[in-house]
Write a protein that binds this ligand. Structure first.
Ligand code: 3HC
Length: 303
């Protein structure tokens, strides 16, 4: 297999095939960047509707990113997109990839029972050399790993939305992840062109531990009536150089996802005043205003 990043490909000979489970926003992005780096990818979800939607998302994203990259060579862009798409096999059968893959990345719903059921099945069908990872943003990696016997081959790979654009990959080590597994995960991150940071298995790892309380602080400022949400966004973009203001970002990540992360932390750490829920977010989620994906959150995207 020819890798796009030849300088790092030699490092990563332990991995050839990768299975990504869950084909939502994160899973489809992870499958895309992994296939772009030359790996063969199995993308798994429960039904063909979800998988077809993911393939469409990937194709749109590749069309967008290749436009600039190959602007003088449109033929190259067409071939690049085709080659990348050809490396992705979609399937509703989790065994198809699990039996052959060297690395499994789970990006399913943030539900510990669903993750345990999945990983205990995978533990039985995957070769004992296969490394398991989760892209969770709210659950401890060690708790997910309780479902498997290969705890030394279990770690976290936390990506950021939009996966093809955001350069960071947080690589999480539990107290049982072996050094060899951890090295392989860092090398995989480099091979897909990401900058990796090493994180312990702490709530929110690095980015979300800082970003989510910041977003909630912004919502509280709005709830108190200190400023409009539009002005808070303008202030943080122009005064602090953020690409999106906190409300645009909450809409982008999804109000339900943001709420879910904080609710989980609040339950685990009831004494910590950093982890507080928000009346406005609870209300918007109850109304189905989940952000960009539902057409409306703080802002209206239907226009
Ligand atoms: N696929 C491919 N390319 C994409 C893309 C996608 N899905 N989305 C954007 N791009 C490309 C565009 O084509 C464009 O490329 P170019 O510069 O070569 O023309 C470039 O990215 C910039 O896009 P736009 O010009 O459309 O818009 P912006 O300049 O506003 O950038 C953004 C969009 C990259 C999303 C930027 O606003 C941003 O960085 N926002 C912050 C995102 C962020 O903080 N993400 C982390 C959220 S937290 C998280 O994910 C963790 C989870 O656990 C909750």
């Amino acid at each position: 297999i020819k890798r796009s990043f030849s300088s790092t490909s030699a490092l990563n000979r332990q991995i050839n095939s990768v299975t990504v489970i869950g084909s939502g926003l994160m899973g489809s992005g992870i499958a895309q960047v992994t296939a772009e780096a030359g790996y063969s990818v199995y993308l798994v979800d429960q039904n063909d509707t979800a998988l077809n939607k993911a393939l469409k998302t990937i194709e749109t994203s590749l069309t967008r990113s290749t436009k600039k990259k190959f602007n003088k060579e449109p033929d190259h862009a067409v071939r690049y997109i085709k080659d990348t798409m050809d490396r992705i096999v979609t399937t509703t059968k989790v065994d198809a990839g699990a039996e052959k893959s060297d690395l499994i990345i789970e990006a399913i719903v943030e539900n510990i029972q669903a993750k345990h059921d999945l990983f205990s099945k995978l533990d039985k069908i995957s070769p004992n050399t296969t490394i398991f990872t989760s892209n969770t943003s709210s659950l401890p990696i060690a708790e997910i790993a309780e479902a498997v016997s290969r705890k030394d081959k279990f770690g976290g790979l936390h990506f950021f939305n939009p996966v093809p654009v955001m350069k960071l990959l947080e690589v999480i080590k539990t107290h049982e992840t072996s050094d060899a597994t951890y090295r392989t995960l860092l090398e995989y991150g480099l091979s897909i062109g990401k900058t990796t940071v090493e994180c312990k298995d702490t709530p929110g790892f690095i980015v979300n531990r800082l970003l989510v309380p910041y977003m909630f602080e912004a919502v509280k400022m709005y709830e108190r009536g200190d400023a409009s949400f539009q002005d808070i966004d303008t202030a943080m973009k122009l005064g602090a150089g953020y690409p999106m203001g906190p409300f645009e970002l909450i809409d982008y990540v999804g109000l339900d996802t943001t709420k879910f992360i904080v609710d989980g932390w609040k339950k685990r750490f009831p004494e910590d005043p950093t982890f507080q829920s928000s009346v406005v977010i609870d209300q918007l989620v109850a109304e189905g205003r989940l952000g960009r994906k539902s057409g409306e959150g703080f802002y209206n995207y239907k226009k």
